[in-house]
Structure formats: C-alpha cells, structure tokens
Design a binder for this molecule. Structure first.
Ligand code: MG
Length: 160
C-alpha cells in the first residue's frame, strides 16, 4: 500500500462592507467581504493548511507571516502553490480535496463549479478530485449574523 497522508485545515475571517469576497480564487459579488492581511481567501488558506498538515510541514502562518508586508493583499494562490511545491519536494502528490465553506450570504451554489475549477487548476489535479460544499450558520453566532465566514478542508496526499 502506498504511503498516504490526511491533512485538515481550518480558517476564519471577519466580514465587513468595503472588502472583496474571494473564495477559491474566485471573486464573488457580495455586500460584505473578508478582512485580512492577504486577499483573505478562506478556502485557499484552509486547503493550504491541510496540505502542509498532511505533509507535516508546518502551517500557513509560519510560512507566510501576516506581519510580513510582502503578503499584504497577496493572492492566496501563491500560498497554495508554495504548499503544493513543498509537499512535492517531500515526495507527495495530491489525491483529493474536500472543503466546506460556512457563510450566511450570498448563496454560493451558482459559484461552486467555478470555484472547483479554479482550485483544481491551482492544485494541478482534475476537477473531479476537488469538492467544495457550502453551509450557512443558521442565523446564529458570528457566522450566522454575517460577521464572519469560515472554511474547513481535508486533503489526501499520496507518496508519489
Ligand atoms: Mg486566513
């Protein structure tokens, strides 16, 4: 049996008017966008951490500190690409990704396939190995009140 590794990632950002909402590299029209040092893409941050976790290579905050001016408003695709590269150097290729976005609004259903395609391209794997699901916060707590959004992701790596 080939060596396989599972990794988990989690991310959360505040939502405020006047910011962009970028999810899996896709800009989504929304009244409130995600606040962060980079482009605050919770999907790419969670998936990046899941890859780093599976390969035991640390975490996104250690590799790309939010105190570093180089990452201000950065395209989070850069973080993901670097995590894929480092995992590759450690001998791993990506099997599949499953991510769940938790967001009150807007409705993500019309954007899911575009997000999957963009994420699959960034990962360099076929889109049928990339799943993105969406949930709401049931109108309670910070996510349900539209004050924040979050993403949970799991990634499978296999020794190549
Ligand atoms: Mg983040």
């Amino acid at each position: 049996m080939p060596e396989i590794r599972v990794g988990a990632g989690h991310d959360l950002h505040r939502l405020e008017p006047g910011h962009r909402l970028v999810l899996a590299g896709v800009e989504i029209p929304a009244e409130r966008g995600a606040v962060g040092h980079s482009d605050a893409d919770v999907v790419l941050h969670a998936v990046t951490d899941a890859i780093l976790g599976a390969a035991a290579l640390g975490d996104i905050g250690r590799l790309f500190p939010n105190t570093d001016p180089a990452y201000r408003d950065a395209d989070s695709g850069l973080f993901l690409t670097e995590a894929v590269r480092l995992a590759g150097l450690a001998g791993f290729e990506i099997g599949n990704v499953d991510a769940t976005v938790i967001l009150e609004e807007p409705l993500l259903a019309p954007h899911i396939d575009g997000m999957r395609t963009t994420l699959a391209d960034a990962l360099g794997i076929p889109v049928d190995r990339v799943s993105i699901k969406a949930k709401t916060g049931e109108q309670i707590e910070s996510i349900g009140r539209g004050e924040a959004l979050a993403c949970e992701a799991v990634v499978l790596l296999a020794r190549s």
